[in-house]
Design a protein around this ligand. Sequence first.
Ligand SMILES: Cc1cc2nc3c(=O)[nH]c(=O)nc-3n(C[C@H](O)[C@H](O)[C@H](O)COP(=O)(O)OP(=O)(O)OC[C@H]3O[C@@H](n4cnc5c(N)ncnc54)[C@H](O)[C@@H]3O)c2cc1C
Length: 388
Amino acid sequence: MSEQETHEKQEQEQLILDTVDKFLQKEVRPYAIELETSDTYPDEIVEQMKAMGLFGCIIPEEYGGLGLSASTYAKVIELISREWMSLSGIVNSHLIMAYVTLRQGTEQQKQHFLPRFATGEIRGGLALTEPNCGTDLQAIRTVAKRDGDDYVINGSKTWISNGIKGSCYALLVKTDPQANPRHAGMSMFLAEKRDGFNVGRKLKKLGYKGIDSAELIFENYRIPAGCLIGEQEGKGLQTALSGLSLGRINVAARGVGVAQRALSESLSYSQVRETFGQPICQHQAIQLKLADMATKTEAARLLVKQAADALDRGERCDLEAGMAKLFASEAAVHNSMEAMRIHGAYGYSPELVIERLYRDAPLLAIGEGTNEIQRTVIAKRLIEKYPV
Ligand SMILES: Cc1cc2nc3c(=O)[nH]c(=O)nc-3n(C[C@H](O)[C@H](O)[C@H](O)COP(=O)(O)OP(=O)(O)OC[C@H]3O[C@@H](n4cnc5c(N)ncnc54)[C@H](O)[C@@H]3O)c2cc1C
């Protein structure tokens, strides 16, 4: 890329980030606490996000999206998560569905689905987890049986983000439950809601409110064979895993956003709250916290950048994305707790943002591969990369 092109790209990125930030300050910040505490889906905000093209962030321009790089997308997600992490969830799992379609779908599937994903006309997410399994995805029990030009699907999913408000999901099933190895019998469909596709309970949660997490139930749900991603059975796990690095960068970027907000609030509050005749930021115990919070936030941001840049260069980046996800999510958990300590009783009140950050952060250690699994993935990759 020439110097001129790099400069234009940077200007374009800054314009996008400024636009998103303006929108967040005007349309989200004043309403986030109220919407979150009442667990209300932000319909109006979602309409504005549609108009801004955010549901097509990483969808290439040829399919009607904004065609952002992973690194710009991560910065957008960080900004959104500083204001309200749930909003990033509405976009993130939708875009993983788009991303796996882009990576593994046929040209016909891309042309059919991606432009409508990009405008937000069809929104949705990823339906992998079942009541009996989350980490061990090869243990899923939802089955799709071929019947003429269709498949008939039976089974259930749980904890599906956008499960109520969405209309289409990248749905992981077994097309051959007896296959050995188990993944050879797994397939993934782009499943739109219609007869036989029912939504169960809206699930209650500690945090991450406003966005709907729900059970999905399939009872003789008939889907055309043309909706099988890649139109080839047995590639489902591979398809799901192809979205994983971007998924982990998403979650890591959310972690940076939450960690940054906890830091910014603490930095401000500690300069105005006084004890023993001076602002609490003058007490060394508080300074130690601020220093650790800031260092973790910056380190997390750099890990996200490293992973996103590698993805943009088309390199394998599971190691980098895993490290970013692990570190940034733990930074968010750490900083939100420290922010609560710094804010004292006010940190414990739902009138300030701190208690929401504290409730939102732990999800980042669970979703998109728990942090226990993240560590095993990192270690396995290191052993593979540096054999003796
Ligand atoms: C708010 C929310 C939103 C979600 N959204 C979605 C969504 O949109 N789509 C979707 O498909 N799922 C979604 N999930 C589910 C999420 O992906 C799973 O919760 C996650 O994958 C972990 O699975 P599990 O809860 O079944 O835990 P389990 O797999 O039962 O794990 C339980 C514990 O055992 C540990 N463990 C498991 N196996 C190993 C191992 N081999 N080595 C070491 N430790 C291990 C885990 O780290 C964890 O600590 C969501 C969950 C939540 C809470």
